[in-house]
Design a protein around this ligand. Structure first.
Ligand code: PAF
Length: 361
């Protein structure tokens, strides 16, 4: 039976979560658990004038990851995919222990993709990097506390804004693990999804400021048929929360329409989005506990694309990033036979999404 996630110490995490369940052999790609053999492959590829695209993931692969891998295969001869649930980007009270881990299904998806890629004029997945936490963090179990010890990469003030306001260690963990992955793989190109827009801005800044010799490529957000942005955490939603959670993309789309209609001021762009969020929440609150899905809006932001500073007026030559985050609360009461998602509706789920307001001609 599912139990609510309790924070794990880093030591228990090491013990519990670093061993994929299936064998590491007989795939169409090589699976690396350690750095030196992967470096040897990378050196051989370089000497053969091959190009490498790296797609960093935490596993639980969905169509968003697959589309990034396709993009990487179209632009490189060899694709490396990393699968590593990175402990340092989870705060002490966050969902590290309950984060979905689906190694066998992930490997099956990658195998299937490689079969497809094999028949076309493009690159293929050559390597999966699935390191242990000890490989990635050789010196210390690094802390997930904000002022804890460890060798970290911090990109401020970007990391303190938006997602960083409620997840203070998140981007430190992301930047740190990506720096490690970039150093290990030395990819020609690295691939990230627009869905995690702030992450893309932080990574681009890190690559620029540390003179990392790689190109950051951003793939479009992949969406379900109803418009929900794909995310590994969506498995926890279930039907009721998933339907109510569409409020986020609806609100962002209202703001986008206002911009496309020529509005440039913050109020003119965001007021419609705020009304949608308010009205949807009021509607849910009016339903009974067995029917409703309550949520909390963390932010709806209209920000500069490079600095993520909130803007009062959009510079039409630059455009802006519209983004938002909500938390779907656990279901208060569930009905027999209801699809409440993995965890039976008891896990709160943070949803993020964004739309890029392109510069106007
Ligand atoms: O986007 C993710 O899945 C993670 O933040 C990343 C980039 C793989 C780093 O752990």
């Amino acid at each position: 039976m599912f139990q609510r996630a309790r924070p794990l110490s880093f030591a228990s995490y090491l013990f519990k979560y670093t061993t994929p369940t299936s064998s590491l052999r007989h795939y169409s790609f090589k699976v690396f658990r350690d750095v030196p053999p992967l470096r040897k492959l990378r050196r051989d590829l370089l000497l053969s004038k091959k190009t490498v695209g790296l797609v960093p993931t935490m596993g639980a692969l969905h169509e968003g990851h697959i589309s990034l891998i396709r993009q990487a295969a179209a632009e490189n001869t060899d694709v490396f995919v990393s699968i590593f649930v990175n402990p340092t980007q989870f705060g002490v009270n966050e969902d590290l222990s309950s984060y979905p881990r689906t190694w066998d299904a992930d490997i099956a998806k990658l195998e299937q993709l490689n079969e497809e890629l094999g028949s076309a004029e493009n690159g293929r997945i050559t390597a999966i990097l699935a390191p242990t936490s000890k490989v990635m963090y050789p010196t210390l179990p690094p802390s997930s506390e904000i002022d804890g010890d460890g060798s970290f990469v911090t990109i401020t003030p970007l990391s303190k804004k938006l997602e960083g306001a409620s997840r203070p260690v998140f981007f430190r963990g992301v930047a740190t693990v990506c720096m490690k992955l970039f150093n290990i793989v030395t990819a020609d190109r690295v691939y990230f999804g627009q869905k995690d827009i702030q992450q893309t801005v932080v990574i681009k800044r890190m690559v620029k400021d540390f003179h990392l010799d790689t190109e950051v490529r951003i793939g479009p957000t992949m969406r379900e048929d109803d418009g929900l942005a794909m995310s590994s955490r969506n498995v926890y939603l279930g039907v009721r929360r998933r339907t109510a959670g569409l409020v986020l993309i609806k609100a962002l789309k209202a703001a986008e329409s206002a911009y496309q209609a020529g509005k440039l001021s913050r109020a003119d762009i965001l007021d419609g989005a705020a009304s949608i969020a308010r009205e949807t929440l009021a509607h849910q609150q009016g339903l009974s506990p067995s029917e409703r899905a309550l949520f909390e809006v963390f932010y709806i932001s209209l920000a500069d694309p490079d600095t993520l500073d909130e803007v009062g007026t959009v510079d039409p030559a630059k455009g802006a990033i519209l983004s938002g985050a909500i938390k779907m609360a656990p279901l208060e009461q569930t009905n027999s036979g209801e699809d409440c998602g993995l965890g039976d509706g008891k896990v709160s789920v943070r949803l993020i999404d964004n739309l890029i307001l392109k510069p106007l001609d």
